[in-house]
Every structure is written in C-alpha cells, then in structure tokens.
Ligand binder design. Structure first.
Ligand code: ZN
Ligand code: MN
Length: 500
C-alpha cells in the first residue's frame, strides 16, 4: 500500500502547472517479426517462435521487415509527420535478461518520422498534441517471475524467459511535452491515447489490444509553480496499459509531486511503476540519460531510404481517419458534437456505423446501442462490442420494429433470445411467438374481457372521463403479455365502449 502524501487535485491545479508527455509503444500486427521470419502470434507455447536471429546466436544476421517499415511510415503520415528520406537503425545498449542481444535494435538520432501532431477533443475543446518522432524498433522477450505473490521479481522463487515476443516490430510514438492544459492534463493524456488507438485501428497496422500489451504507454509528468518560467523535473510512469490508467497515473503523479513540492522536497527524475489496484505509482530506477545507452548506428542493417513516390502513394492511400470520419457521420446523421462524443466514449461508433450499413435508420441504431444494449453490457460487465449480438442482427431488429412486427417492448424480449443464442431476431420472433397481435379474434376477446371485467371504468368513460380508458388498455396489455399494439387496443376499446 502506498504511503505517499497526496494533495487534493483542486489544490494542485490552483497552485501548480502540469506538463505531461507520452511515449507510446505499439506492437505492429505484421505476420513475422522485425528482423527474422518468426511468427508473431500471441499466446503460443513459450519459446516456440524463435530462431537464431531473434535469439541472437553467433553469426545470425537481421533483415528488416518491409511491411513494418511501411506501417510505420503510414502511422507517421496519419500523424502529419515528415518522413525521413534516409535514416538508420541504431543499437541501444543495455543488459536485461529478456534482451538476448544485449542491445535493442532501435532508432536514435535518425527516426523514420518527425514533427507531426494529433488534435484531441476534451469536453468540446480541441487540444493539439505535438508529435516529436515516430520510430521503429523491436520488442523484448517476456520475463515470468514464478512463486511470488505479486508476479514481480521480489519474492519470486525463480524466473523464466519467453522469447516469443523478442523481435516483434514495435513502433514508438513520442509526443513533445504538453504544457498549458492545467486541470485537464489527465483527461487530455487519456484522450490522446484513445485517439491514437483509433488511428492505429483505422490504419489496420495493429490490433491495439491494450490488455494484451499491444499498446503500452510511458507517461511523463512534471509540475512547476504556476507562473514559473521553468518546467519541473519529470517522472516517467512505465508501461501503463489502459486508457483509464493513463488518466489515473497523471492525476496521481500531479497529486504526489505537489505534496512533495509543498514540503520543499525536490522531485527525483526516475521511472515509476503504476499499480492498477490502488491507482498509485511507486519508485522504479533513477532515470538514465540517453548517453548511458551508448547508441551507435547498427552495422548489420542497411539504411532505410523510402522512395518519395512510394511515400506519396502511401499518403494518398491512407484511409479516412477517425476525426474526418466522425465529422462526416455527424453531418450525415445530423447529430450534435456531444452525441458523437457519447457514441465514441461508449465504444458504439463502429457498431452504429455497421448497423446503419446493414440497413437500419441511424436514429434507431443509436437508440438501441446507446440505450438497451449499453445497459445490458454494463449489467454483464462486458464491452459493448463483446455482446453476443451483431450489428446485422440489430439492424434486423430495427427492421422488425419499423415494420410493426414487434413493438419496443417485444423487441427487448427478442434481444433476450438473440443474446441467449437462439438465432436471428426473426427466428426468435417465431420460436418465442413474439409478434404483435393484429386485430384478431384473440385480441377482440381480450378487449371484451377487459370491458366485462371493469363495468365501473366503462361507466366513467361513457360519462366523459375518456382518460379512464387507460386502465382498460393496461388490462388488455397485461392479458396479452405486452404482445398487443397499444394504439390498436385503444381504438378497439373506443369502438366497443363508445360505439365508435
Ligand atoms: Zn526469429
Ligand atoms: Mn522504445
């Protein structure tokens, strides 16, 4: 448990200015690794996706993965970066058990992409995050610490190394420091990672499954007294792997650092670990400088010199990016910024888009995904996208409602069946007998029964109190278990009670 003293967030932002910056590592979804032909599939038996190159056996030589270079350039272009006409890989030297070579092949002073930006929106305001660089490197293997309570090395009996991940292409996206956002710093940091994730998905370069570590953030945070001309010393919270944690880690560091600064304590430049359970950070190692890594150009790989025509082609082949897509859909659907933000935050935008593409009216599609389905996802503690219903099925359901086959109440029962795996909406309507009752003999009998069962109400209605008719409608709806159409029932009652 953390013993850090924390200042209240409101007090922090009243007296201090935060600056944050993010280094985001993204595992590319290429079929093979960065410098060898090994597969990149997640979850394989340990050390089955290895070869002399990614195990760094003597004499093995790397060859760069063209698909990874292309993906990196596309990411750079989507972020408005300049693409280098010539650049090299570099060796970043350090010992770690999950780095078989004793160095990481990365890029140093010659990154593939530089000087871009990403605009993000928080509470209707746009914030520009400048991108310093996007470079290409390789992932490390994975240490597994066995026998301890925490899974960390402290307290473990022994450690194992799995090199399946070693050499998977990794793109590192580094922002410039972001000053001047004050109290919004935690949310802007989160929104940046969320938007970046959307872009990576739109480009199709990574599955970006944060829970599988496809995207990991190092979150830099510093504080300086408001009005100060200099920035404070920053800490770097490593490997934060959910959007919520990005926001929490900035908030926590702001509160922790402010309490120290209030006490006149200097902030140490260091890396910190983030703890998911408490939302706190704890000290890691004191931060090394770039010079400590003794970077030098990688002698085993040829330089990268992307052809200008090729880069221009990649630029013109970029898909519609999320911001442009949102603007277009907002106009097509005629909805406000705030509703679009709601769709995005609920993780419903893609689902609604697909539902509309399958033939549903946009307003109906939004209503189902943001209403009933969001409620069910929340009840079950799952993501909207993980519900056992497809956009095509929701579109079919919308169609059944529009055609009058089912009403909203019955449609919810149809959903029950679809979610329970009973088939398509149409199949559930048939198997569960959920279609709205037409003006049938069966419905006529229910109407007559309601009239016969409440002579006092009938008397009131005939005496001019037409509002009392509602009680009879309710009785019929109850009798037919919601399968009747209320408007039809009301009309039939009026005909029979008032003589039409
Ligand atoms: Zn390999
Ligand atoms: Mn890196």
């Amino acid at each position: 448990m953390s013993t850090d003293r924390l200042l209240e967030f409101d007090d922090v932002v009243a007296r201090y200015e935060p600056v944050f910056g993010l280094e985001t590592h993204v595992e590319l979804g290429t079929a093979s690794k960065m410098f060898c032909g090994c597969a990149t599939t997640f979850g394989a038996e340990p050390n089955t996706h290895t070869c002399p190159v990614c195990l760094a056996l003597p004499g093995a030589l790397p060859v760069a993965n063209a698909a990874a270079i292309e993906a990196t350039i596309r990411i750079g272009l989507a972020l408005g970066c300049r693409i280098a006409t010539w650049c090299r890989f570099a060796r970043k030297n350090y010992f770690y058990p999950d780095i078989p070579k004793g160095f990481q092949t990365s890029q140093y002073d010659e990154p593939l992409c530089t000087a871009g930006h990403l605009d993000v929106e928080v509470d209707g305001e746009t914030y520009r995050v400048e991108i310093e660089r996007v470079h290409l490197e390789e992932d490390t293997g994975k240490n597994l610490h066995v026998g301890g309570a925490t899974g960390r090395i402290h307290g473990a009996d022994h450690s194992l190394v799995d090199f399946n991940r070693a050499g998977i292409p990794l793109v590192e996206i580094v922002t410039r420091p972001v000053p001047g956002v004050g109290a919004k710093a935690p949310e802007v940091a989160r929104a940046y990672v969320a938007e970046l994730r959307e872009i990576l998905l739109a480009l199709g370069v990574s599955e970006v499954r944060m829970e599988q570590g496809n995207l990991r953030c190092d979150v830099n945070t510093s504080l300086a007294p408001t009005g100060s001309l200099e920035w404070g010393t920053r800490t770097e919270t490593k490997n934060v792997n959910s959007l919520r944690s990005v926001e929490r880690s900035v908030r926590y560091e702001m509160r922790r650092q402010a309490a120290l600064l209030d006490d006149g304590v200097r902030i140490m430049q260091e890396t910190r670990h983030f703890h998911e359970d408490t939302g706190s950070t704890s000290a890691g190692r004191s931060k090394e400088e770039a010079t400590d890594y003794r970077y030098f150009p990688e002698p085993d790989l040829v330089p990268m010199a992307p052809d200008a025509d090729w880069v221009a082609q990649l630029q013109s082949d970029l898909p519609e990016l999320p911001a442009a897509r949102r603007t277009r859909l907002r106009e097509e659907w005629g909805i406000a910024d705030s509703e679009m933000a709601w769709l995005v935050n609920a993780g419903a935008l893609g689902l609604v888009t697909d539902t509309v593409a399958a033939g549903a009216d946009p307003a109906d599609a939004r209503k189902w995904w943001l209403g009933e389905l969001s409620r069910r996802a929340k009840d079950d503690g799952v993501e909207l996208a993980d519900l056992a219903v497809t956009p095509a099925q929701v579109a079919e359901l919308c169609g059944l409602v529009a055609a009058g086959t089912v009403n909203d109440q019955l449609a919810r029962q149809v959903l029950d069946g679809v979610l329970a795996g009973e088939g398509s909406p149409q199949q559930v309507v048939e198997s569960r007998g959920l279609a709205v009752m037409g003006e049938s003999d069966e419905l006529g009998a229910a109407v007559d029964a309601a009239i016969a069962g409440a002579p006092d109400v009938v008397e009131k209605v005939r005496g001019g109190k037409t509002a009392a008719l509602g009680a009879l409608v309710g009785a019929v709806m109850k009798e037919t278990r919601g399968k009747a159409d209320a408007a039809t029932v009301r009309r039939m009652l009026e005909e029979r009670v008032l003589g039409g």
